[in-house]
Design a protein around this ligand. Structure first.
Ligand SMILES: Cc1cc2nc3c(=O)[nH]c(=O)nc-3n(C[C@H](O)[C@H](O)[C@H](O)COP(=O)(O)O)c2cc1C
Length: 380
């Protein structure tokens, strides 16, 4: 395997769901370790069987399906098998967990033969004095692409704060720190004006919210990005589900009011001292948010339900053939897990090259095995 073409959820993320699809292949590997849903990502294929009709699976696309996973399982299958599986799964409602490891809860408002992709309506908001937080907000927007609106400057909103925030299913909010050492109103931006007045009237309980903060960890080592902590706490006190906590590894601060437990309460960037790390930090954070289910939205009050977009799917095989194929894959994977399972490395099998990529639990290293069991190590 010449490394996977697209690692849509980086294996280094402590992700609940992992999907890997090798480039130039119709094979798709899904690794599901999610309690409530499976993330399925379809990667653009360059070759296409003549008999296979054109459909949405030939585009790069990430969609969330509400499938209840009852076991931790690895499924390797062809895209056409996968699409048929999902179609039949939705249509028939329940599959035996013994066959491939998950059952599908009844989904309302579906015609048989269609899949509903759920994606949250995300809004990105920021405050800034000298523009750095806006730059990071732009990077976050670029990483989310069409999945997010904005970024919007909190001081230049077109409508009232209340309706603007309430219309989104999930919010990404960012702030710098200017009022060093302050107990409250630490941002030095428009956030300070609304934290304890307008925002207290928001009906956003249950919304998913992720915070990012800008600061200078060298000059303000004792107060690094303090304002992100306040931004976090205001949303948390309104009943929001806070997402996107990050490791403090790689920072040089001495203290910060943004620390919650062993982590920062969101993404912290320092364009003064570590500007070169910012793009990668943003990229990893957005991948983390996706893996945390940020795009699935929250159970927000006052917000519209997650947008449901029916996607037509073509059934290529009968359920019997599907069961057989899945059983085959399942047996094969059980066997590889039995052989290699004790190492703690997680296998990613590529049926095309007949090789397996084994990824360490922390996602930092991997090695490959072929059917002849030869292997080589690489760092990721
Ligand atoms: C007067 C002043 C006070 C600052 N106070 C802090 C601080 O307490 N903590 C911190 O991490 N950074 C502090 N900073 C650094 C800014 O937060 C940092 O430059 C940030 O990137 C500015 O973001 P903005 O351009 O979006 O306003 C301060 C900078 C200045 C000039």
């Amino acid at each position: 395997m010449q490394t996977t073409g697209e690692a849509i959820c980086p294996v280094s993320t402590a992700s609940l769901v992992r999907v890997i699809a090798p480039r130039n292949s119709k094979d798709i590997i899904i690794i599901t370790i999610h309690q409530k849903s499976i993330l399925v990502s379809f990667v653009e294929t360059t070759t296409q069987s003549k008999s296979k009709p054109q459909n949405h699976l030939n585009q790069t696309k990430t969609v969330f399906f509400s499938l209840k996973v009852v076991t931790t399982r690895i499924i390797t299958m062809k895209v056409n098998v996968l699409e048929s599986l999902l179609t039949v799964a939705i249509a028939t409602t329940v599959w035996s967990p013994a066959v491939f490891g998950f059952v599908v809860p009844r989904v309302n408002n579906h015609a048989a033969g269609s899949i509903t992709a759920l994606s949250a309506n995300i809004g990105i908001f920021f405050g800034t004095s000298t523009g750095s937080t806006e730059e990071v907000a732009d990077l976050i927007k670029a990483e989310f692409g069409d999945d997010a609106d904005g970024p919007f400057d909190i001081e230049a909103l077109e409508g009232p704060v209340k309706s603007t925030f309430e219309k989104y299913d999930a919010l990404i909010v960012g702030t710098p720190t200017w009022n060093t050492g302050s107990d409250t109103e630490r941002s030095g931006t428009g956030w300070d004006e609304i934290y304890y007045s307008t925002m207290q009237e928001l009906n956003i309980k249950g919304k998913k919210v992720a915070v990012f903060g800008l600061g200078d960890q060298v000059s303000y080592a004792e107060n690094y990005a303090d304002a992100a902590g306040e931004l976090h706490d205001v949303f948390e006190s309104l009943g929001c589900q806070m997402c996107g906590y990050t490791s403090m590894e790689g920072y040089e601060h001495e203290d910060s009011k943004s620390i919650r437990g062993e982590k920062f309460c969101g993404l912290l960037c320092d364009v003064v001292n570590q500007e070169e790390l910012t793009p990668e930090r943003v990229e990893n954070w957005v991948a983390q948010l996706r893996a945390e289910g940020f795009l699935e939205g929250g159970s927000a009050q006052g917000a519209s339900a997650a947008t449901a977009t029916p996607v037509p799917v073509t059934v290529n095989e009968t359920p019997d053939v599907l069961f057989e194929t899945i059983q085959e894959h399942s047996d094969m994977l059980d066997e590889t897990i039995k052989v290699h399972g004790s190492t703690g490395f997680i296998p990613h099998y590529n049926g095309k090259t007949k090789s397996t990529m084994w990824v360490s639990p922390d996602g930092r290293s991997c090695y490959y095995t072929t059917e002849a069991r030869s292997s080589s190590s690489v760092s990721m």
